[in-house]
Design a binder for this molecule. Sequence first.
Ligand SMILES: Cc1ncc(COP(=O)(O)O)c(C=O)c1O
Length: 404
Amino acid sequence: MILDDVLRTPAAIRDAERHTAHNYHPLPVVIATAEGSWVTDIDGRRYLDFLAGYSALNFGHRNPVLTAAAHAQLDRVTLTSRAFVHDQFAEFCSRLAALCGKDQVLPMNTGAEAVETAIKISRKWGYRVKGVPADQATIVVAAGNFHGRTTTIISFSDDPDAHDDFGPYTPGFRIVPYGDLAAMAEAIDETTVAVLIEPIQGEQGVVVPPDGYLPGVRALCTDQNVLFVADEIQSGLGRTGDTFACDHESVVPDVYILGKALGGGIVPVSAIAANSDVLGVIKPGQHGSTFGGNPLACAVAIEVVKLLESGTYQARAKENGAYLLAELRTLIGNGLLAVRGRGLWAGIDVDPELMTGREACERLAERGILAKDTHGSTLRLAPPLIIDKDDIDVAVAALRAILK
Ligand SMILES: Cc1ncc(COP(=O)(O)O)c(C=O)c1O
């Protein structure tokens, strides 16, 4: 009670909940400022950010290169709509296309919009190029997927929270077990226009598919004339130690879906990237967004792509990610049941006999570490890629302490 009188956090949380739909269950932390891998709450307590905006903050909070680009663009022009061309657009599109090794990009804002874009493009490609009969297109997806929250996307989610009570659902999707090539082959037929998967399932708890799965999907798609659509919204842009998670197995999908870190943690920026034989199916008036590809978004995203062109963030994620995963693995049998991951991205299963994932996150927050549970007793750890080994040590020590 005494603390409640002194601290501003409890009242701020009550205020935040008063006029808010409860579609989130945030940890009791009210953030006021942030820099790099650290945030500070309204009571002056500092926390290491091991969620990084679900990987939207790959380059750290307020990365100076990115905030400088945003400030400069705020003083020039922020929004034109795509009714006109602006002077940041060409550079953004050409740099992002080159990063992806593709001819073209189509910019949107949120991840879900980019997934919707990929679904529309795949269907249209299916009708116009592959020759699928009208309205018969099917897309094969994986069990345990997370691709966003729109009504079409949740139609093929097998998570009851995401899915139930939001019908009627969009037809045209077939769900197969993740990592199971035989089931995928079985599900593909002449109506199939695309396979849509996450190269690593983030929301599911950083589930890495078996070696050979992604090349197998690539081969199936090529054999069956089906588009391989990789949702790299969370796994891409350096997180796993390469530019894309698909790179680990030298796999090149037909369509990349990108979001989150593309906006540098400043503005929502998403996009799909593909070659013109695929993206060329879309014509004026058939798809778009008022804010998609706006000057502010492009100015920031140009700098994001430049950061990735240097390769230093990917290298850092690889080196420090290996360190993080090795340190976490020392806790298996000491409160953790399993550790999965690649690069600076880990899913850890806390022994449910000890505590729930939510309780683990609350205890970590008390020790100055921010992380988020996903599905029961699993935690997803995804610090900014700029994190150093000392800060990783701080987080692992806190985890060790709460698991005792
Ligand atoms: C793999 C994946 N796809 C799509 C999305 C949806 O992105 P957004 O929340 O920006 O709509 C997410 C978000 O977590 C994601 O992880």
